[in-house]
Design a protein around this ligand. Structure first.
Ligand code: NDP
Ligand code: KAL
Length: 257
């Protein structure tokens, strides 16, 4: 079995900084020899991501601005990628957003706008991006998204994001069914809590981490690198028989009743 991703090209969406899960994915793919394409929200994030990518030795990365709420931006981005590199072999979607006020208190208080915003950025974006990216996967391909246990069961404070993740999980399965006939697989990783920019400023995050350390089967939290390595498996030929699946990379926490 050849574990190398040499000669293969992957799009990584959602690197905000070195703590991002997307950065863990990028590093695992880079170590396996892949060529990387990064997308970022707007020009505010261009320099930070270029500086980070410059730390990947021998990596000849490409960069594109892509706000996933903008259909034109999504189709322009992948049209440009097609022109610049031709074929891609996979994509990591590591994007989510909800208004801060909707991530505390009770879910019942969620506004219509807050609900639609969270679903637009965190769930519909996978559909839009998959439709634009799949035609570039002419040798077959693999798409991976990032989800969380709060989409399967009620988790305090996760609120509208839990409902958006349930939509993301179902979207992943319907996409897997549609794109399978074109040789494109679609899967999700359900990551355990990791301290990232998104998690910053969220009340109680320390107690969430402490609970995992006390109760998860492995008695510890997980890292960006561990999510990155599972994404590498899902984005490589090692997982060629797997689609429509959610792999929990969470130290086993989800099996607890
Ligand atoms: P980060 O804050 O590092 O990443 C979130 C990313 O979403 C940022 O890069 C941000 O881009 C991007 N983003 C937000 N809005 C848009 C938009 N309109 N268009 C394009 N990009 C956008 O956090 P994480 O690494 O934690 O999050 C990555 C994924 O992992 C998310 O789906 C999250 O729900 C999921 N996850 C996280 C867990 C955790 O504990 N951290 C656990 C389970 C799942 P920018 O920086 O340019 O604003
Ligand atoms: C139960 C948990 C505790 C945390 C509750 C909610 C977490 C929601 C995640 C969501 C992606 C966070 C945001 O949208 C934050 C946003 O309102 C403010 N932050 C930003 O704008 C920063 C600058 C940018 C970079 O962030 C984004 N997202 O664009 C869930 C924990 C235990 C697990 C987590 C953190 C899951 C997850 O989905 O991230």
């Amino acid at each position: 079995m050849n574990f190398s991703l040499e000669g293969r090209t992957y799009v990584v969406m959602g690197v905000a900084n070195k703590r991002s899960i997307a950065w863990g994915v990028a590093r695992s793919l880079h170590e396996a020899g892949a060529r990387l394409i990064f997308t970022y929200l707007n020009d505010r994030f261009e320099k930070p991501i270029k500086d980070l990518a410059a730390t990947l030795e021998g990596q000849d990365a490409l960069f594109y601005e892509c706000d996933v709420t903008n259909d034109q931006a999504v189709s322009d981005t992948f049209a440009q990628i097609k022109e610049d590199v031709g074929t891609i072999h996979g994509l990591a979607h590591c994007i989510a957003f909800a208004n801060k006020e909707d991530l505390q208190g009770e879910f019942v208080d969620t506004s219509r706008d807050g609900f639609l915003l969270a679903h637009n950025i965190s769930a519909y974006s996978l559909v839009a991006v998959s439709k634009a990216a799949a035609p570039l996967m002419t040798d077959g391909g693999s798409i991976v998204t990032l989800t969380y246990l709060g989409g399967e069961r009620v988790v305090k404070n996760y609120n509208v994001m839990g409902v958006a993740k349930a939509s993301l999980d179902a979207s992943m399965k319907y996409l897997a069914n549609d794109l399978g006939k074109h040789g494109v697989r679609v899967n999700a990783i359900s990551a355990g809590p990791i301290r990232t920019l998104s998690a910053k400023g969220i009340g109680d995050f320390n107690s969430v981490l402490k609970k995992i350390e006390e109760e998860a089967p492995l008695r510890r939290t997980i890292t960006q690198e561990e999510v990155g390595d599972s994404a590498y498996y899902l984005l490589s030929n090692l997982s060629r028989g797997v689609t429509g699946e959610i792999i929990h990379v969470d130290a086993g926490y989800n099996i607890l009743g």
